[in-house]
Design a protein around this ligand. Structure first.
Ligand code: GLU
Length: 509
């Protein structure tokens, strides 16, 4: 078993936007596959027609592509085990359901929803919970209790039925989870799960096991919420005679709420104002829009780095990992059993680190894209200078526009408090001289030029810089704070600087 080629799958159901926890599951599968030189498969588990949401599959595809998670086999790339969409594999499941019926591991059940409900009520009255299992199955309407001719007649006449798994009464299920260690479950705790529904579609359990077997999956790496299903899956592998090639299991820890208790939900994101989905999602039915990390301004590399360390640790102090480095370092042994608290501040910190590490050119490009969305025009040269001036001061590219709008337009108003505190007659005098000097300057207008000309103006008026600098900043930006003042002047350019000084002097005098 050890030299079995590594084949893992990410198997989302297209029931809505992919949750960030699902994204992490995909990532861990991907890292594990690449580390082992194995194969990464994506399978769409869409057998639950009632929960199908249009656009969800495309959303999954786009999310993975945006994050740089590459697939080797998928509905979109094809592969040796196509189709990779379960709704297109119906006949396959039917065949194995038949096998289980013939070997006595499954049976037809004809109980109507009303009959099941009545049973439930009866149990409730005696303070018990109804389970369709070894104890109750012989009191129900199924192929174990009805004569064979009657079963054949019901099926032939088109009466709806399901196929249920005949869970063994007393069997111990032991398995070793690569994250959780030994797990032992008694089969008596598992009910007779439906394998085939009355609409002819398999349930998750049957389809999942059959496909993992047929697709030769070596490791099932999935969220903790699927741990309770694993014993049933193991029983199915046994019943189908596939135990020898059963995949190994690894159940990933939950992503927890920022407060630390309970599973992270969309509501937490709404409450605290952060995304829990990789991309923005518009609910096709309600039109409700959920925010996405991409639209919030996260770089995919930062999101990946953040997610990788939510539940896994490298065993060192290193926090910044490229995808390649993650692939080289990742192991399931270092995935924790305990849930990982979702801390959006950490995500923000990662984004900041990744922005700092961008080249000025790349940041300028991203800035131009952002400006384009807001229909603000700007040359590449100017964007490059802004990128350089702002790189260390932001966590998101869009913050350049929100916190330094003055690069793109002159202030319309001046912050009243700053005006009261920082505007003064001396500054007015110096700035007027300064503006004249700039106007007469014929060569390139750089931050150094600006500084020199300002020093000349200060000397001519006999005023200390401390009185003038905040006023100049006010004239240029409308407020206080921001990047290096001489950089702002140089970036705005000679003409614009003169215009802004003159406007401020005129308005604030
Ligand atoms: N379709 C399941 C899901 O939506 C897959 C669980 C598994 O990986 O077995 O997560």
């Amino acid at each position: 078993m050890t030299d079995r080629p590594v084949r893992v799958r990410f198997a989302p159901s297209p029931t809505g936007p992919l949750h960030i926890g699902g994204m992490r599951t995909a990532l861990y599968n991907y890292l594990f596959a690449r580390r082992a030189g194995g194969t990464m498969i994506l399978r769409i588990e869409d057998t639950d027609q009632n929960r199908f949401v249009p656009g969800a599959e495309e959303y999954i595809r786009e999310s993975l592509a945006w994050c740089g998670i590459q697939l080797d086999e998928s509905p979109w790339h094809g592969g040796p085990h196509a189709p990779y969409r379960q709704s297109e594999r119906k006949a396959v499941y039917e065949q194995y359901a038949q096998q289980l019926l013939h070997s006595g591991h499954a049976y037809y059940a004809f109980d109507t929803p009303e009959e099941l409900e009545a049973m439930r009520e009866r149990f409730k009255a005696s303070k018990n919970e109804f389970q369709y299992n070894a104890a109750s199955r012989m009191h129900m309407r199924n192929s174990l209790t009805l004569p064979a001719e009657e079963v054949a007649r019901l099926i032939a006449s088109g009466v709806p039925y399901v196929i249920r798994f005949k869970t063994p009464l007393k069997e111990e299920i032991r398995f070793y989870d690569l994250i959780r260690g030994n797990v032992v479950v008694q089969s008596a705790t598992i009910d007779d799960k439906v394998l085939m529904k009355s609409d002819g579609m398999p349930t998750y359990h049957l389809a999942n096991v059959v496909d993992d077997y047929l697709m030769n999956i070596s490791h099932v790496i999935r969220g903790e919420e699927w741990l309770p299903s694993a014993p049933l899956h193991i029983l199915l592998y046994r019943a189908l005679g596939w135990e020898a090639t059963m995949p190994q299991f690894a159940h990933l820890p939950l992503l927890l709420k920022p407060e630390g208790e309970g599973k992270l939900s969309k509501r937490d994101g709404d409450k605290h104002g952060f995304a829990v989905f990789p991309l923005q999602w518009k609910n096709p039915e309600t039109g409700e829009v959920s925010r996405g990390f991409r639209e919030d301004g996260y770089l995919p590399e930062a999101l990946i780095n953040f997610l990788a360390l939510l539940g896994w640790n490298p065993g060192t102090e290193q926090e910044i990992f490229s995808m390649e480095q993650l692939i080289a370092s990742f192991s399931l042994e270092r995935v924790s059993k305990a849930g990982a608290r979702f801390d959006i501040h950490k995500a923000k910190w990662y984004n900041q680190q990744y922005i700092k590490a961008l080249s000025d050119e790349k940041l300028a490009e991203l800035l131009l894209q952002e400006l384009d969305k807001q229909a603000i025009s700007c040359s590449f040269e100017k964007a490059l200078l802004i990128a350089r001036a702002m790189k260390e001061r932001i966590s998101f590219v869009h913050e350049i526009i929100t916190t330094a709008k003055f690069f793109f337009e002159a202030p319309h108003t001046y912050d009243a408090e700053t005006v009261t505190k920082k505007w003064n007659k001396d500054a007015e005098k110096v700035l007027t001289i300064f503006a004249e000097k700039i106007e007469h300057w014929q060569e390139e207008f750089t931050a150094t030029t600006a500084k020199n000309l300002l020093n000349e103006a200060l000397a001519a008026a006999g005023v200390k810089p401390g009185l003038v600098m905040p006023a100049l900043r006010l004239a240029m930006t409308g407020s206080s704070g921001g990047p290096d003042l001489m950089d702002i002047l140089a970036i705005c350019g000679k003409d614009e600087t003169v215009r802004r000084i003159q406007a401020a002097v005129k308005q604030l005098a």
